[in-house]
Design a protein around this ligand. Structure first.
Ligand SMILES: Nc1nc2c(ncn2[C@@H]2O[C@H](COP(=O)(O)OP(=O)(O)O[C@H]3O[C@H](CO)[C@@H](O)[C@H](O)[C@@H]3O)[C@@H](O)[C@H]2O)c(=O)[nH]1
Length: 422
């Protein structure tokens, strides 16, 4: 029997995703029509041996989280539970804290996912690879290639190319180590708790010997630095590499990129989710997802890489491209939406234009990943990025909103460019 754990972080995480994460925990943000972590869970149900998926995070249980758990459980017919940490315990601390629940039923092994990644999750391949390695108790991690410069933003590893053992691991190194990066997906066996337990006891001993009693992160254990790094070179950590798509979802811009990747994956996994052109429907260009409850005028043109959320309304002559239109949003006649996220229940007036700047990885640069830039450049200027309208924003008719972020509940009266509207 196998299990899966998805690390979903807590309210202190997902800050680069604001203002969208102000409304909803980032792991529940919809990409390609479904919450980010729904894609992880869908990957898990492809392996019948996975009997339970556990979400670990520090979010207070909320209506949105409860609703997600009960509806996903029902739809995908899998046991799904949320276990709440009393504070963010780190990527290994949460696992250790809930070790009894993870080990209940005696799983042979369990997958651990970082909740903010987007991938076609090669779980079967990883499990087969893991079983083929003959090295006693061992752990497997998924890795991919990045560019030399971008590798510094990830965990970097050096492998023995014959045995695929991880020889050296450094989390976000200061100087170049390797272009092979950690994808944040692991296959661990119960033995991992011996290693985490040893670090836990050592940390507690250090605290009581050193007197740092009030350290707020005293129970925090990081899987990458505290556990994987020391395991490298001990014949216990192995790497399975993927060359297929993989991306982090840190900034809102990366949600648009992830939307594109998942929509293209639907061609093989769920072709029925992709809109097709028909005589009574809108013009569809490339990959488009339209929620069945959305109303789209037949004279609208959508795509490529567009998701229209539940209950959204798209009026006559509207053009949408490379964008996410969230639940309940209204796009009035002939407005144009490019490289943008239109927040829940927001409305864009007739003939208005909402446009952002794409920040996709450079397609000419092999292995490039999306840059999750900070909002401002070193000179203090707002970096051009996608345009985001928070929840309940009203854009009047005949204005232009360019490369801007509009916080929730704002009633705009004029055109704006390169601004953050508070
Ligand atoms: N439950 C829980 N989850 C956590 C905690 N801290 C982080 N997470 C979750 O764990 C994942 C990793 O989060 P970060 O700590 O922000 O790390 P990172 O910068 O994304 O880097 C990690 O992922 C990269 C791949 O995306 C890796 O390359 C890198 O090595 C590392 O694993 C995210 O899904 C985050 O929500 C915690 O204390 N508790």
């Amino acid at each position: 029997m196998l299990k899966a754990v998805i690390l979903i972080g807590g309210p202190q995480k997902g800050t680069r995703f604001r203002p969208l994460s102000l409304e909803l925990p980032k792991p529940l943000f919809p990409v390609a029509g479904f919450p980010i972590i729904y894609h992880h869970i869908e990957a898990c149900i492809q392996i019948p041996d996975i009997k339970e998926v556990i979400l670990i995070g520090a979010y207070q249980p909320s209506e949105a989280l409860n609703r997600f758990i009960s509806s996903t459980q029902r739809e995908l017919n899998i046991s799904l539970r949320y276990l709440q940490e009393y504070t963010t315990l780190g990527t290994a601390g949460g696992l250790y804290h809930f070790r009894d629940q993870i080990l209940a039923g005696k799983p042979e092994a369990f997958f651990v996912f970082n909740g903010d990644t987007c991938c076609d999750f090669p779980l079967t391949e990883m499990w087969n690879f893991h079983q083929q390695v003959h090295s006693g108790e061992h752990f497997t991690m998924l890795a991919t290639e990045a560019t030399r410069k971008q590798s510094l933003q990830y965990g970097c590893l050096v492998e023995n190319e014959d045995s695929h053992e991880v020889l050296h691991y450094v989390e976000k190194p200061q100087t170049f180590v390797s272009t092979t990066i950690n994808c944040g997906l692991y296959l661990l066996t119960p033995e991992i708790f011996t290693h985490i337990g040893a670090v836990f006891l050592q940390n507690q001993a250090d605290i009581f010997n050193g007197g740092d009693y009030i350290n707020p992160v005293r129970d925090c254990i990081r899987l990458e630095q505290d556990i994987l790094s020391p395991l490298a070179g001990s014949k216990k950590l192995f790497v399975y590499k993927t060359n297929r798509f993989w991306s982090q979802i840190k900034s809102a811009g990366s949600a648009i990129y992830a939307n594109r990747l998942y929509l293209s994956l639907y061609h093989t996994t769920h072709p029925e989710r992709l809109a097709t052109a028909n005589d009574n429907g809108p013009t569809i260009i490339g990959d488009v997802f339209i929620h069945p409850s959305a109303r789209v005028d037949p004279t609208a043109t959508l795509g490529p890489n567009v998701t229209i959320g539940a209950g959204a309304t798209v009026g006559p002559g509207v053009r949408v491209r490379e964008s996410l239109v969230l639940e309940g949003a209204t796009l009035q006649d002939h407005c144009c939406i490019l490289h943008s996220i239109i927040g829940w229940n927001s409305s864009v007036g007739a003939w208005s234009r909402v446009e952002g700047t794409a920040n996709d990885p450079n397609p000419n640069n092999k292995h490039a990943k999306i840059d999750s830039n900070t909002l401002f450049s070193e000179e203090g200027k707002l970096n051009p990025s996608i345009t985001i309208l928070g929840r309940n924003v009203v854009i009047p008719s005949e204005v232009i909103v360019l490369n801007s972020i509009v916080l929730p509940h704002k009633d705009l009266r004029y055109s704006i460019k390169n601004q953050i509207l508070l």
